[in-house]
Ligand binder design. Sequence first.
Ligand SMILES: Cc1cc2nc3c(=O)[nH]c(=O)nc-3n(C[C@H](O)[C@H](O)[C@H](O)COP(=O)(O)OP(=O)(O)OC[C@H]3O[C@@H](n4cnc5c(N)ncnc54)[C@H](O)[C@@H]3O)c2cc1C
Ligand SMILES: NC(=O)c1ccc[n+]([C@@H]2O[C@H](COP(=O)([O-])OP(=O)(O)OC[C@H]3O[C@@H](n4cnc5c(N)ncnc54)[C@H](O)[C@@H]3O)[C@@H](O)[C@H]2O)c1
Length: 504
Amino acid sequence: MTHEARTDQTDELTYDVVVVGAGAVGENAADRAGRTGLSVAVVEDELVGGECSYWACMPSKALLRPGAVLEAARRVPGAAGLVPQDRVPRVDVASTLGRRDSFASQWDDASQVEWLDGAGITLVRGRARLVGPRRLEVTGADGSTRTLVARCAVVLATGSVPTIPDVDGLAAALPWTSREATAAQDVPRRLAIIGGGVVAVEMATAFSDLGSAVTLLVRGDRLLPGTEPFVSDALVASLRDLGVDVRLGTQATSVRRETTAEAGPAGEVHLRLDGSGSVLVADEVLVAAGRRPATAGLGLDTVGLTADDPDAGPHLEVDDAMQVQGVDGGWLFAAGDAAGRVATTHQGKYEARVVGDVIAARFGDSDEAAEDGARAWSRFRATADHEAVPQVVFTRPEVAAVGLTEAAARDAGYTVRTVRYDLGSVAGTAVNGDGTEGTAQLVLDEDRGVVLGATFVGPDVAELLHAATIAVVGQVPLDRLWHAVPAYPTVSEVWLRLLETAGL
Ligand SMILES: Cc1cc2nc3c(=O)[nH]c(=O)nc-3n(C[C@H](O)[C@H](O)[C@H](O)COP(=O)(O)OP(=O)(O)OC[C@H]3O[C@@H](n4cnc5c(N)ncnc54)[C@H](O)[C@@H]3O)c2cc1C
Ligand SMILES: NC(=O)c1ccc[n+]([C@@H]2O[C@H](COP(=O)([O-])OP(=O)(O)OC[C@H]3O[C@@H](n4cnc5c(N)ncnc54)[C@H](O)[C@@H]3O)[C@@H](O)[C@H]2O)c1
């Protein structure tokens, strides 16, 4: 593998593979694509490491952790008395923000640049756009441009951008997006959040812990709409217990930010609400209404892909090898949030491993047998994206789910049966904390006797999830799962109880 760009009698820089975007996904795709001797360059416009490292997973989880630890202590007599009960803020704000800063590496990407260098991947700083098949123009911060040519493949790993709903005055009110929330250096006294998805519930929890009076404006009638309905019931109750004002079926119809001489453009935000027409006043408003793939401005029209809405960019159709459809020559790939399949880091990195391996096998100097695309669970195909996607929502209680919900399994035509068990009745959960509540549910395929999906709601259920993911991906028959004996007294014993409930 060469670390140098190859020049072809012009001042163009030529690599075998060019990856656009050095988030977690771009880094992984580049690393794996380079394993069979291909030269790889990654183009990055902001910080190497992307959203997850600096404005998403890591800082948000760092903000949530102190509150979770305190709540765990409050449930254990012997420790509970040492923890203040009703203090607001619940956490030590300065230390929480300081630890968050450190998890965000102080928004400095030096260590990730070092990693790229060690992996033999060339970093090109600037904003890339396609100017034709396999050709990209990169514009640097100083406005200079250069052309990169990919001999073999281009991977789009450009991530996603938040959507700002078309509500009168909202964009002009300069709302927070998840970036401002996860990187906040000050805690607003009153925070309004628009949305009822993952960002909304995690940030409602974190800012409530930090001392904000949080109001959650949820358009629909439940939180986390893609999950089992009992998840929303548990979260609404627990957020309300934390003091969050959860308003289901409520939308802002107009938003205005006051501009005052003292506060300048950072005055109060007034949100007029539908139905009652009442006005909610907050110091900040966080928009957490979903994200869309960052494909605008990428020059995809130069390779034949057009967008219905040019501001949004084209939606990319990818096959299970993550190859973009509708482009001749089989050279364009996409992975992660940009590919529009599943917007989580772990699933994006999985797609990146697939795309990197496909490129290494197709174009590299590989001894490996030809890419083995026909097999359903080949490592050259992102099969898990369809029915085996895991996700953890780091609220209190935590929500951990994988695979199909009951409704999705029925829609997919399976013969479905669900079994449910109260987590509070498991010895391991009881030892961990008094009065613990929670629910575990399996969605079963009656015909094959396998697990299609699992949902856990309760404290510390995140670590239960991987066992469920293995059961779903492995399509392990229930009578074989019976022989996977959970240790006593652990929370995992809920697996035994679920299987007993299923009739074993
Ligand atoms: C608040 C929040 C919390 C989250 N928490 C979790 C979590 O706990 N767990 C989890 O699994 N997922 C979480 N996610 C989702 C996760 O952050 C994303 O799925 C993940 O970051 C996607 O990675 P990516 O590499 O595809 O995109 P990104 O991380 O967005 O990286 C894309 C990179 O491409 C660069 N780029 C874009 N266009 C160009 C261009 N034209 N030229 C050059 N560079 C370009 C960008 O600057 C960026 O660095 C969270 C998301 C949010 C918003
Ligand atoms: N722990 C994690 O894995 C984690 C944490 C945070 C974010 N993420 C990822 O980040 C992505 C973005 O998260 P998100 O919460 O922004 O999106 P989301 O899709 O999870 O939720 C969007 C919410 O906004 C609501 N909404 C949409 N349009 C609206 C409108 N016009 N007005 C009012 N409400 C509206 C939806 O009903 C939904 O409740 C998700 O795909 C998620 O997977 C993951």
